[in-house]
Design a protein around this ligand. Structure first.
Ligand code: C2E
Ligand code: MG
Ligand code: MG
Ligand code: MG
Length: 286
């Protein structure tokens, strides 16, 4: 009886494993196919000056709605693209798409604001990264200051830190802006803050979610804001979903905000409306 159970367990186990492996394979194949067909889309989320009520920029967020799998989250397929060595081509697509979009808005006579793109650790460490930035700027002819890179603390692991810092200094000299995303959630030492040419710290959404009720989160937000100011950096709070959170952050001196309360990530056609919108009312009226 024990033996039988054991066998059943084993077959259950292999079946599970088989399912996981095959769904991983399905995802892998679908991702390769999607890359080949360029079946991705960029959504844009506004970054708002929460004091003056002004649109300061957009963050580009990749979307993949697969014909068979449906919507797949970037939180799932970006790590997979990194593992499979597909992140360079995926990242390149994002970079070119964002630059082309900026060029298109410029051509349409719109008063454009910068677009930030997310860069994953492997992508930043790739020997082709710097050249791909130059190429995208050259192809689109947009000025470098319209492009911002969002990096996470995981980009600054000691083994690459030195070379990456040098490259970032060169890119910054071109006029490209650099921000640290999800600030406060990584394990890296704070010493990278003084060695890198940074413009902005983004307070991670996990510290914003329970503002202004959770004492610890309030203190963490206040501390990040103070540190950013002391270092001469801009500070943006991510994941603002309520008027209460917005007000707390504004009162603490946080300059910019992003989140569903201000605007959900949306397709490019929404941007035209946002560029003309009255954000002052949006940030002050309850
Ligand atoms: P992230 O860069 O920290 O982006 C913020 C995430 O929070 C986005 O999720 C956004 O849709 C979501 N978000 C924005 N406002 C709110 C809010 O008020 N409430 C809540 N609950 N969520 C909000 P998304 O688009 O699913 O992206 C997840 C992560 O995937 C991103 O985190 C980023 O690390 C990565 N990612 C997205 N697009 C790209 C890309 O083009 N390239 C790379 N390398 N990574 C990307
Ligand atoms: Mg980001
Ligand atoms: Mg973030
Ligand atoms: Mg994140």
């Amino acid at each position: 009886r024990a033996k039988e159970n054991g066998r059943n367990n084993f077959s259950f186990f292999t079946q599970q494993l088989g399912q996981e492996t095959s769904s991983r394979l399905t995802l892998e194949n679908a991702l390769r196919r999607a890359l080949h067909q360029q079946a991705f889309q960029l959504f844009y989320q506004p970054k708002i000056d929460i004091h003056q009520g002004k649109l300061k920029g957009f963050e580009a967020l990749i979307r993949w709605n697969d014909e068979h799998l449906g919507f797949v989250s970037p939180a799932d397929f970006i790590p997979m693209a990194e593992q499979l060595g597909l992140i360079d081509s995926l990242g390149n697509w994002v970079l070119h798409e964002a630059c082309q979009q900026l060029k298109w808005w410029q051509k349409a006579g719109l008063d454009v604001v910068p677009i930030a793109i997310n860069i994953s650790a492997r992508q930043l460490a790739s020997p082709h990264f710097e050249a791909s930035i130059h190429q995208a700027l050259q192809d689109s002819k947009i000025p470098a200051y319209l492009l911002e890179l969002e990096l996470t603390e995981s980009c600054f692991l000691p083994e690459h830190a030195e070379a990456i810092a040098c490259m970032l200094h060169r890119l910054r000299q071109l006029g490209i802006k650099i921000s640290i995303d999800d600030f406060g959630t990584g394990y890296s030492s704070l010493s990278y803050l003084k060695r890198l040419p940074l413009d902005t710290l983004k307070i991670d959404a996990s510290f914003v979610r329970e503002l202004p009720h959770a004492h610890d989160d309030c203190q963490i937000a206040i501390t990040i804001i103070a540190m950013a100011k002391a270092l001469g950096l801009n500070v943006v709070a991510e994941g603002i979903e309520t008027y209460e959170q917005l007000t707390f952050l504004r009162e603490q001196g946080c300059e910019q905000g992003q989140g569903y309360y201000l605007g959900r990530p949306s397709p490019a056609n929404q941007v035209v409306t946002w560029l003309a919108q009255d954000w002052h009312t949006q940030v002050y009226d309850h």
